[in-house]
Write a protein that binds this ligand. Structure first.
Ligand code: A5P
Length: 231
């Protein structure tokens, strides 16, 4: 029997939620895969699990609220024990990732930086040998003068495209910024590219998550693979 992509994502999420224990502070990711984890967390909370969570987007916060999951603001928390989030690409050799196709990269990175054990959950279609192979790097930018920022990013060797919403207007992040989706031909040196993007005036944050994930859970047709770094 072949599992669907949704079943694979659900399996990765279920495995990640097994690591949550009473008393933990838990970061809730954003996107389709992360939403399976939030649902599973909600089920465990309903069964008596005692945790506090921090959401990485308005969407995930609303979902947690609907499921009765206790929420706190990031600034109310010193450190998050574990965050469970999705990703768009992961290099399993380094656990470097690209995130943000779902539009929540800034809050996701802020929560990840406050997290001891950032855990990414993916189906195996998102495993790459080289970052940038499949997807663009989403870059959150200030709306003011964004075309200047776009030109500066293009000079780094990518093709930045303004993300639009379903209504055809520029997509607005939870922080009211724009996103430029920057397609690179493939990224050989992600650290340098990340530094170069960050130095462009107008850039708020980018979707290269380098050295952030400590655990990646990959759901494959033949089972779950858990890859850990520095645990
Ligand atoms: C949200 O902005 C993203 O970083 C998501 O975590 C990522 O895009 C994966 O989302 P899906 O699980 O929906 O593919």
């Amino acid at each position: 029997m072949t599992l669907s992509t949704q079943e694979l994502r659900q399996a990765a999420a279920a495995k990640a939620v097994e690591y949550i224990q009473d008393g933990m502070t838990v970061g809730l990711g954003t996107g389709n895969t992360a939403s399976y984890a939030i649902t599973a967390v909600g089920q465990r909370v309903a069964q008596g699990l005692k945790i506090i969570t921090v959401a990485t987007s308005d969407r995930s916060e609303q979902m947690a609220r609907d499921l009765g999951i206790p929420l706190a603001n990031l600034d109310d928390i010193q450190q998050i024990d574990i965050t469970i989030d999705g990703a768009d690409e992961v290099d399993l050799a380094t656990l470097h990732a690209i995130k943000g196709l779902g539009g929540a990269l800034l809050r996701e990175k802020l929560v990840a930086c406050a997290t001891l054990l950032e855990t990414l959950i993916i189906d195996d279609s998102k495993v790459v040998q080289r970052l940038g192979e499949r997807v663009p790097v989403p870059v959150e930018v200030i709306a003011f003068g964004y075309q200047h920022t776009q030109r500066a990013l293009a000079a780094l060797g990518c093709q930045p495209v303004l993300r639009k919403g379903p209504d055809g207007n520029p997509y607005l992040t939870d922080s009211r910024n724009y996103i430029l989706d920057c397609k690179f031909p493939g990224i050989d040196d992600p650290e340098t590219v990340a530094q170069q993007i960050k130095l462009v005036t107008g850039v708020v944050e980018h979707g290269l998550f380098l050295g952030v994930a400590r655990r990646v859970i990959v759901a494959r047709q033949d089972g779950i693979q858990v890859v850990e770094k520095g645990i």
